[in-house]
Design a protein around this ligand. Structure first.
Ligand SMILES: [Zn+2]
Length: 427
C-alpha cells in the first residue's frame, strides 16, 4: 500500500474512533395525577339535559397525565374522569402547561356517566346546570398534573401489547357481539436512579361505556375506571390511565344479570374494573421491553358540519363558547402518535365500533390504539351508511353532528396515517 494511502487510512481510522460514541437519545417518561372530585359534591351528567343531584360518592374523579419525551419530541396523554371534555376547557389547561406544544397535548375523557357536566348543556329555556367555577378549577388541576409529569420525566423503556381482554367486561347493547375485545397497553418502566425497574405508568386503551352506575342514582363516581386504576397501581405501582376507544352505538359495560336485570352498583364497577385491569396486566405481561422506541406526534385540524338541530342548539346556547365552533361547523384537532411499535389515532367523539375496526385495520402498525373522546367529544360518529338506518340508531344519529361526521373523520384520519411514517417494526 503506498505510504500516503496507508497514512490516509490511519487518519480515517483515527477520526472514526476519536468521535464520541453517539447514543440514540434515551426515551423519558413521567406521570402524575390530581383529584377532580368536587367538594361539596355536584350534580352529575350522563348526557344531554339537566345534571342529576348527588348525595354521595363512590371513588374519586381524577386527571391522570402521562408524558413521553424523545429526541426533542414531547407528548402528553391526559385522561379525565368525565363524560366528555371539550377543547374549550382543554385549551385553558394547554395555555398553563409549560414545555409541551399545545398540539402535542392529547386530552381525553373516560366517559364516566357520573361526573359533573363539563359541556354546560342548555335546557329548552337556555339554562344550564354546570358549575363553571368547578370546571375552571379542573383546568388548573389538569395543567398541574401535566406540569408535574414533565418534572418527573426519567429515562424509561416501554412495554407495549395489544390483545383480547377475556371475560365479562363489555358487550354491545344494540347487538351483543358487535364490539372490539382488543385491549391496548403501554407501560413505561424506569431504567435509572430511584425509578430503575419500577413501573412509572400503565396506559389501558379499551372501548366501553363506563355507565354501570350512571347519572340517575345520586352517586358521583369514576365508575369502573376507579377500580381499574386502583387495581393496576396496587399490583405494579406507578400511575394508571384509561383512554377509551371506539365505544359508540352502543358498546357498554357487561353488567347483565339473568332475567334482563342489570347490576348497577359499586361492586359491579369493581368487578369489571378489576377484571379489565387484570387482563391489561396479563396482556402486557410478557411484552418485550423496547429500549429505543421512536416517538412522533403529528396532528391536523378537521372541520365537521353541524347538521343536527339538537347539536346546533347545544353549541349555540352553551356558555362555553370557543372560536372553533359556530352554529354550522366545528373544528377540532386529530392526532397521530407513533410510540415504539404502537400507533395511536385520536377520535373527537364516540365512533361506532365498525369505524374503529376499519381504522385499526388501515393503520400502519400491528398495535393500533384509538383514543376516543379525545381533544373534543362531539357526540356519536357514524358513517353515512349507518346514519338514520336501523331504528336502533335513531338516538345515536340524533346525538351526532350529522350524516357526514363519520366519513369525514375516516378520510381525514387515514390521510394523516398515510402521509406519515409507520410505527416501529417489532424486533
Ligand atoms: Zn356515550
Amino acid at each position: 500500500m503506498p505510504a500516503l494511502l496507508s497514512r490516509l487510512c490511519l487518519a480515517i481510522l483515527f477520526i472514526a474512533f476519536a468521535q464520541p460514541i453517539v447514543h440514540a437519545q434515551q426515551l423519558k417518561a413521567g406521570a402524575a395525577l390530581r383529584v377532580l372530585t368536587p367538594a361539596p359534591l355536584l350534580p352529575v351528567s350522563g348526557g344531554v339535559g339537566v345534571p342529576k343531584p348527588t348525595t354521595q360518592k363512590q371513588g374519586d374523579l381524577f386527571v391522570r397525565a402521562f408524558v413521553l419525551e424523545k429526541a426533542g419530541v414531547r407528548v402528553a396523554i391526559v385522561g379525565i374522569d368525565n363524560l366528555g371534555w371539550t377543547s374549550i376547557l382543554g385549551d385553558r389547561s394547554r395555555a398553563l402547561i409549560k414545555g409541551i406544544p399545545a398540539e402535542n397535548i392529547l386530552i381525553g375523557a373516560t366517559h364516566t356517566h357520573s361526573a359533573p357536566d363539563a359541556y354546560a348543556f342548555a335546557d329548552e329555556k337556555g339554562k344550564h346546570g354546570a358549575d363553571l367555577k368547578y370546571l375552571d378549577w379542573c383546568t388548573r388541576q389538569i395543567a398541574d398534573a401535566v406540569n408535574e409529569a414533565v418534572s418527573n420525566l426519567a429515562p424509561a423503556t416501554l412495554k407495549i401489547a395489544v390483545g383480547e381482554a377475556k371475560g365479562k367486561i363489555s358487550y354491545n347493547y344494540y347487538a351483543d357481539q358487535l364490539f372490539d375485545p382488543r385491549c391496548g397497553v403501554i407501560q413505561a418502566i424506569g431504567t435509572s436512579g430511584a425509578s430503575k425497574g419500577k413501573v412509572l405508568a400503565t396506559l389501558v386503551n379499551y372501548a366501553v361505556h363506563p355507565e354501570v352506575i350512571g347519572s340517575g342514582r345520586g352517586i358521583l363516581s369514576p365508575d369502573l375506571c376507579g377500580p381499574l386504576y386502583e387495581r393496576i397501581e396496587s399490583k405494579v405501582g406507578g400511575v394508571a390511565l384509561f383512554m377509551n376507544g371506539a365505544q359508540g352505538g352502543m358498546v357498554t359495560a357487561d353488567n347483565r344479570l339473568p332475567d334482563n336485570q342489570q347490576a348497577n352498583d359499586w361492586n359491579e364497577c369493581k368487578r369489571i374494573g378489576e377484571l379489565l385491569a387484570d387482563e391489561a396486566l396479563r396482556i402486557v405481561g410478557d411484552a418485550k421491553e423496547q429500549t429505543d422506541p421512536s416517538l412522533t406526534c403529528v396532528s391536523k385540524k378537521v372541520s365537521f358540519p353541524v347538521d343536527s338541530k339538537l347539536m346546533q342548539y347545544i353549541l349555540a346556547n352553551s356558555p362555553l363558547k370557543a372560536p372553533n365552533m359556530s352554529k354550522d361547523s366545528v373544528t377540532t384537532r386529530v392526532n397521530l402518535l407513533n410510540i415504539g411499535t404502537a400507533q395511536v389515532l385520536t377520535i373527537p367523539g364516540e365512533a361506532l365500533p365498525n369505524i374503529g375496526y376499519y381504522l385499526k385495520r388501515n393503520m400502519h402498525t400491528k398495535q393500533p390504539f384509538l383514543f376516543g373522546l379525545t381533544n373534543d367529544a362531539f357526540g356519536y360518529m357514524l358513517t353515512k351508511v349507518d346514519f338514520n338506518s336501523f331504528k336502533r340508531y335513531e338516538y345515536v344519529s340524533r346525538t351526532s353532528l350529522g350524516e357526514k361526521t363519520g366519513d369525514i373523520y375516516i378520510e381525514q384520519a387515514l390521510q394523516l396515517v398515510n402521509g406519515n411514517p409507520a410505527a416501529d417494526k417489532a424486533k
